[in-house]
Design a protein. Sequence first.
Length: 172
Amino acid sequence: MSGAVDIPTLETERLVLRPYRRSDFDAYAALIASARAVHMGGPHDGETAWAWFTNDIAAWTLVGVGCLAIEEDGALAGFVGIVHPPIFPAPECGWGLYDGFTGRGLATEAAGALLSHAWATTDLPSIVSHIASGNAASIRVAERLGAVPDPDAPLPEGWTSLTYRHTRPEAA
């Protein structure tokens, strides 16, 4: 896929999933630089955070899926995305919540909405989530979304994470 695409805004019962804004970067970079980023191979510096942030935006144009900011009651709560950079063998769904927004099902709600959007707008047969083995919270999110472990899924070079596979509902 190539060319400009409209980045969607999606709404759930509690959340608005919207395109990133430049003003979202500081919160994103703070998470990527924090100890909580250990499950993403971090903490990472600002340069890596900027590269990831801009990749998440560019993915919409380059591969037809990408990342969205999560808002709850107008407050920036985190991000959710489906990306497929060249180092990933398959499109990957990931999420991150900022301090004060964890433990309430927001990641599950946001990822479920974005996966539903992807099934409705792409022909992807499945999407994976690469999750660090020690990240129990993200494993629970993937399982709540109906993803199943796929121990045979190829990983990006050098990765040792678990892979959970989300399948298109009509293919399940």
